[in-house]
Design a protein around this ligand. Structure first.
Ligand SMILES: *[C@@H]1O[C@H](CO)[C@@H](O)[C@H](O)[C@H]1NC(C)=O
Ligand SMILES: *[C@@H]1O[C@H](CO)[C@@H](O)[C@H](O)[C@H]1NC(C)=O
Ligand SMILES: *[C@@H]1O[C@H](CO)[C@@H](O)[C@H](O)[C@H]1NC(C)=O
Ligand SMILES: *[C@@H]1O[C@H](CO)[C@@H](O)[C@H](O)[C@H]1NC(C)=O
Length: 279
């Protein structure tokens, strides 16, 4: 009888220890550091993206760094252009961007300063982009059927003519032949827009385009279990930062460790029963 009481209390102690080991008072600093954040405007930023200066680099995947721009929107940069990140769909693994030059050219000025685009990292892929060509240094006088692509430039004296022509437009080849400088911007055109009407190019540039991203890491288990995803670049491995400490996948104990605890628990109880029988 005495033994039963003794072992039952021991049982409770072990159980308490197991519970205690799961709950420690202070949260892990990496969990705190990877709280999703946003710039003054724009979407919530979390893994695989991170905001330089606001979040630690281990909260994101290498190359997925964003900056908060002067305008308060998150920006991603390639060597040629800055893009404003407008929307991120984490479940679809896609995001929408538009060239930041559009913002500084909203009040009726000429063609934004855009340059040919290369995607910053190979983890990004166009969803559905075509090209909008900007042509300048064109031969004068322009052939008649190119006149309607002229970009109006009110109040600004310009030597060279600027044309905006879509990828699939029947007059593109003629444009390319008559102009010297060519810049191709990725855009998304809807329906009839392939035959661009003067003035529409700004609307199309502002709409931007969508990119898929692949980060080779599955974050949903971690988030579902209350963790925040991250990446340890030292060892090149995904990490789930949980309130207690970093884990491999999610915050709940995986089968291996909970199984072990359970085994000890049951073994202890069996031992208890055997002792009781013997006494
Ligand atoms: C962002 O995406 C969501 C879901 O697809 C959509 O409801 C929302 O309107 C989008 N916001 C912008 C600014 O495009
Ligand atoms: C791509 O564009 C085409 C034509 O505009 C549209 O039918 C299709 O649904 C788009 N695909 C995606 C994945 O958005
Ligand atoms: C930009 O890309 C277009 C088409 O890909 C190419 O013809 C043109 O020479 C490039 N322009 C510059 C300045 O590199
Ligand atoms: C990354 O892993 C190394 C080696 O295990 C460890 O020393 C370091 O603290 C880890 N960094 C983070 C941010 O967890």
């Amino acid at each position: 009888m005495k033994y039963t009481v003794f072992f039952t209390s021991l049982d409770i102690c072990v159980f308490c220890l197991i519970l205690l080991s799961r709950k420690s008072s202070a949260t892990d600093f990496r969990y705190d550091a990877c709280l999703p954040k946003n710039c003054d405007n724009g979407p919530k930023i979390k893994f695989p993206f991170y905001i330089e200066g606001l979040q630690k680099s281990y909260c994101g995947y290498p190359g997925f760094h964003l900056k908060c721009g002067k305008h308060g929107y998150p920006m991603i940069s390639s060597t040629e252009n800055d893009y404003i990140v407008e929307n991120i769909s984490y479940p679809r693994r896609s995001f929408r961007v538009y060239n930041a030059a559009v913002l500084s050219n909203l009040n009726g000025r000429c063609l934004p300063q855009i340059r040919n685009t290369t995607l910053p990292i190979r983890e990004f892929q166009y969803v559905n982009a075509t090209s909008l060509y900007f042509l300048s240094n064109c031969i004068e006088p322009l052939p008649n059927d190119l006149l309607r692509y002229k970009v109006e430039c009110p109040g600004e004296k310009r030597d060279n003519l600027d044309l905006a022509i879509c990828d699939k437009d029947e007059n593109l080849q003629k444009g390319l032949k008559n102009c010297e400088k060519i810049v191709a911007a990725p855009v998304e055109v809807h329906g009839d827009e392939e035959r661009i009407v003067v003035g529409e190019y700004k609307k199309i540039l502002r709409r931007g385009f969508e990119l898929y991203y692949s980060s080779s890491s599955e974050c949903s288990t971690c988030e579902r279990e209350g963790g925040r995803c991250g990446f340890n670049t030292t060892i090149s491995k995904f990490r789930c930062f949980c309130p207690d400490r970093p884990h491999y996948k999610g915050c709940r104990p995986r089968r291996a460790d909970s199984g072990m605890l359970y085994f000890i628990f049951v073994a202890f109880d069996l031992w208890n029963v055997i002792i009781e029988k013997l006494v």
